[in-house]
Design a protein around this ligand. Structure first.
Ligand SMILES: Nc1ncnc2c1ncn2[C@@H]1O[C@H](COP(=O)(O)OP(=O)(O)OP(=O)(O)O)[C@@H](O)[C@H]1O
Ligand SMILES: [Mg+2]
Length: 241
């Protein structure tokens, strides 16, 4: 039977700083990432969330442990990091072009993904002409168009104002329902984790790694969950310990 999980087992990571200090980020971190679901990693600043994500994306080395996540991952960062000299359309096309996809096929894909992130009217604009939320949507389209097996997101909406942030969370859920991606999202926002995730891992100050795993009890993910007693109670229990 095909494994329904990607597994991260006994991961150990220490940084050697330029000043000679050693920072042990985690010494024995294990987690499962359910395929086709959204997993959130929640934790205070400096606990090692970005380090974990960078290791999973193969941007960062680690000392020991095993990771079963495939190489074909897509990453969305806090700041969209678009190419300023390329238009929206060219930014989204960039990865496809590098893969040698023909122009006609590229065009169809670009139209589809710009529609998915509701930016089809902005294809010819440059990133500097867009709002922060729109830029982040371009970054999402640029990543999703490459069909990554796992989408890794590092605080992707934390630079956005609260209203835009909620809109981006809704868009993420719509895209997820449409594309069925496996998503791992790092955040320090409890509500964001509860709205998006099926499973939440709570991290502690380093080097303790993961403190607990929470399965979100509601089946259907939608914004109305915010108004339920269940949501309120789970949010408070996460905020208070
Ligand atoms: N390249 C590096 N060299 C040395 N130490 C590092 C490096 N990158 C991160 N660290 C250290 O590792 C620890 C974890 O950092 P990390 O960026 O993973 O935290 P984080 O949970 O993502 O925090 P935040 O919520 O603020 O983004 C911190 O103590 C940090 O100082
Ligand atoms: Mg970080």
């Amino acid at each position: 039977m095909e494994d329904k999980m990607y597994r991260v087992e006994h991961l150990k990571k220490t940084f050697q700083s330029a000043n000679g200090n050693r920072v042990q980020v985690f010494h024995d971190l294990s987690m499962d990432i359910q395929k086709g679901k959204i997993t959130a990693v929640l934790g205070p600043s400096g606990c090692g969330k970005s380090t974990l994500l960078n290791i999973l994306a193969r941007f960062e080395s680690y000392e020991s442990g095993t990771i079963s996540i495939p190489n074909n991952v897509g990453v969305v960062f806090q700041s969209p990091a678009l190419f300023p000299w390329l238009t929206v359309e060219q930014n989204v096309a960039y990865g496809l072009k590098r893969r040698g996809i023909r122009k006609k096929e590229r065009k169809d894909q670009i139209v589809k993904y710009l529609q998915l992130v509701q930016l089809e009217e902005y294809a010819a604009y440059y990133p500097s002409e867009l709002s922060g939320g729109m830029q982040q949507r371009v970054a999402l389209a640029r990543t999703l168009i490459l069909h990554p097996e796992v989408l890794l997101m590092d605080e992707p909406f934390s630079a956005l104002d609260p209203k835009l942030r909620v809109q981006m969370q809704q868009l993420t859920l719509e895209l997820w329902k449409e594309l069925g991606q496996t998503i791992l999202i790092v955040t320090h926002d409890v509500e964001e984790a509860l709205i998006l995730a099926d499973t939440i891992y709570v991290m502690e100050e380093c080097p303790e790694g993961i403190r607990k795993k929470i399965e979100v009890p509601w089946q259907e993910k939608c914004d109305l969950i915010r108004n339920t007693k269940e949501f309120f109670e789970l949010k408070n229990s996460l905020l208070n310990n």
